[in-house]
Design a protein around this ligand. Structure first.
Ligand code: GDD
Ligand code: MG
Length: 356
């Protein structure tokens, strides 16, 4: 089985983190999102993964690392963004000759992709969409089905829930099985959205949907990125890290002062240094080589590699990009710092400075 993974988006809602790092490369519980996705695809029996990208392709390639045994990886680069359907068509050209998986590259899930493939085959479907329940349908593609799973309507980002039935709403979870004939519906070399232009055409023509069980989260926003990290270290999402509510994973090369306090779940990377009196956790990931000064408080936060937080600072519900620096007594709430960004001493940042 082949899987095409869409990773062309610029991750605008995660700026400034994504200004120089594509979203799929960002770590979740200390492991690049892409590596977690490859683990999952390998477990579903996928042997070839094609990443469809355009934004920062070199960083993306570097972030893939070593794929799991038995999985061949290829990166296909668009000159211009072709939209979700255009990108799938471009990546599939000359590479697929039977039903294949297509996935949004920003969805963290442990849903059984093999089950979707089996449902697709059993129904003789043209296209099959995995579904997940949400409370706010306006940010997703809402799928309305009959009892047999035949899709009756596909509405991408409805302005409100009017006419969509009661909560919870079942939405496109961002993974599909597609018959190659679907590609014939996509005009070449132009921007085409599978959600807005292709799925509506397939309603009544072999488009089915299956409810996916298990963990599911779109990591598109700062809040969801933090929540995904908390879920991975807290064990609500099982990853190769093997997190649990009591996770206190401190790399053997990290230094934690005896008078520092760690509140599980916490993950501290290689060579990190935590000074006396610091309080770290819960729900904190500290990247390799990062340093936390004396008495600083870090809670519900992700610090990527090489971050420096001086003494008496407070970091809460925030993400600090690689090599970012925070001065003494500064506080960051609901904030994100980009790579190498510097916040001086005695500053107070809140979400106001983040782009919406
Ligand atoms: N290669 C490529 N080219 N990839 C693209 C392009 C493109 O032009 N445009 C978007 N992508 C990738 C993004 O990187 C992301 O991984 C995926 O396609 C989906 O795009 P998003 O921009 O993240 O869409 P969304 O989150 O607003 O909505 C989508 O996902 C929801 C589930 O999270 C839709 O598929 C919804 O229907 C769905 O419910
Ligand atoms: Mg998304």
């Amino acid at each position: 089985m082949i899987a095409i993974v869409l990773v062309g988006g610029e991750g605008t809602r995660l700026r400034p983190l994504t200004l120089d790092e594509p979203k799929p490369v960002l770590p979740i519980g200390g492991v690049a999102f892409l590596s977690l996705l490859l683990d999952r695809l390998a477990a579903a029996g996928v042997t070839r993964v094609i990443f469809s990208c355009g934004y920062l392709p070199d960083r993306l390639r570097a972030g893939i690392g070593t794929p799991p045994a038995g999985v061949e990886v290829e990166v296909v680069i668009e000159d211009e963004p072709l939209g979700t359907a255009g990108a799938i068509r471009f990546a599939a050209a000359g590479r697929v000759d039977g039903p294949f998986l297509a996935l949004n590259g920003d969805v963290l899930s442990d849903a059984d992709l093999g089950a979707l493939v089996r449902a697709h085959t059993a129904a003789g479907a043209t296209a099959s969409i995995g579904l997940t329940p949400v409370d706010d349908p306006t940010r997703f593609g809402v799928v309305v089905c009959d009892q047999d799973g035949n899709v009756e309507r596909f509405v991408e980002k409805p302005p409100n829930a009017d006419g969509l039935g009661p909560a919870p709403w079942w939405v496109n979870a961002g993974f599909y099985v597609l018959d190659p004939s679907v590609l014939d519906l996509v005009p070449p070399d132009q921007m085409v959205s599978i959600e807005r232009e292709v799925f509506p055409l397939l309603v009544g023509k072999g488009l089915i949907a299956c409810q996916a069980e298990g963990y599911w989260r779109d990591i598109g926003t700062l809040q969801s990125y933090l929540a995904a990290n908390a879920d991975a270290i807290g064990g609500r999402l099982q990853t190769r890290l093997g997190g649990s509510p009591t996770t206190l994973i401190v790399d053997p090369t990290a230094t934690v002062a005896a008078a520092a306090q760690l509140i599980a779940p916490v993950l501290i990377g290689a060579g990190a240094e935590i000074a006396a009196g610091a309080v770290i956790g819960p729900d904190v990931v500290i990247g390799a080589g990062s340093r936390i000064g004396a008495r600083s408080i870090v809670r519900s936060a992700v610090l990527l590699d090489g971050v420096e937080v001086a003494a008496d600072a407070t970091i809460e519900r925030s993400v600090l990009g690689r090599g970012a620096t925070v001065g003494e007594r500064s506080s960051l709430l609901d904030s994100a710092l980009g790579t190498g960004e510097i916040v001086g001493s005695d500053q107070a940042l809140t979400d106001e400075r983040r782009p919406s």
